[in-house]
Write a new protein. Structure first.
Length: 224
């Protein structure tokens, strides 16, 4: 592939428990780019008593994907906090082809080229195993990586808050969310594969190894 213009947007996608938050934060810090977490903004909005917040919380508890109109409201509101002339690493968004159409429309409106997708690939069995013990901070909502969780930590390394199991991480909701993710994400993956903007990374090794694999691949493709 011949890459002339370096991208301003990377999207990191992967199934629940694949470590995409950790890798998105790593990549944004390494590049000096901004970091955007759809999960963070949806949780932030849910904590508010607005109509959008209440509706978001309803979908969250059911383990269902947010409808496109709700996603659009959240994404446009969130992007007001960002400098769109600079690089951004998006994490966990877009997850459906409708969301992607909306996302590419917003990028085009801001004169930003199509993004590259970095997909962290892990077996479904590993997804279930990691989600079964996943925790977040009850105060700042910082997710705890599966490696940190293996050390049986009880408090957040960022703010000292208590670590708790996410509301949507009970077995029944986990199965529903994972099945829904795979049904929807395949269309997004196929789209970026067809336009040669998909980069698959093995997400099964430890965090440092996955970071190294990702950075090496981006360097090899001359994207950074």
């Amino acid at each position: 592939m011949n890459h002339i213009n370096k991208p301003k947007v990377f999207i990191i996608l992967g199934p629940q428990g694949s470590g995409k938050t950790t890798q998105a934060v790593y990549l944004s810090n390494a590049l000096g780019w901004q970091y955007f977490s759809m999960g963070y903004y949806t949780r932030k909005i849910q904590s508010q008593k607005s109509q959008i917040g209440k509706l978001s919380h309803k979908y969250y508890l059911k383990g269902k994907l947010f409808p496109t109109y709700l996603i659009e409201s959240i994404i446009r509101l969130a992007l007001k906090d960002y400098d769109l002339s600079k690089g951004i690493v998006f994490e966990g968004f877009p997850r459906t082809i409708r969301q992607n159409i909306l996302f590419e429309k917003i990028l085009k409106q801001n004169n930003i080229d199509q993004p590259y997708v970095i997909y962290l690939d892990i077996p479904k069995e590993m997804v279930y195993k990691r989600l079964a013990s996943r925790k977040i901070c009850a105060i700042c909502a910082k997710p705890v990586s599966f490696e940190e969780n293996m050390n049986f930590k009880k408090t957040c390394s960022k703010c000292g808050g208590k670590l708790v199991i996410r509301l949507d991480d009970n077995p029944e909701i986990i199965r529903e969310r994972v099945a829904l993710f795979y049904r929807e994400i395949k269309h997004v993956i196929n789209h970026y594969r067809s336009i040669k903007r998909l980069i698959k990374i093995d997400g099964t090794p430890n965090i440092k190894k996955v970071s190294s694999l990702m950075f090496d691949q981006l360097t090899k493709l001359k994207l950074i």
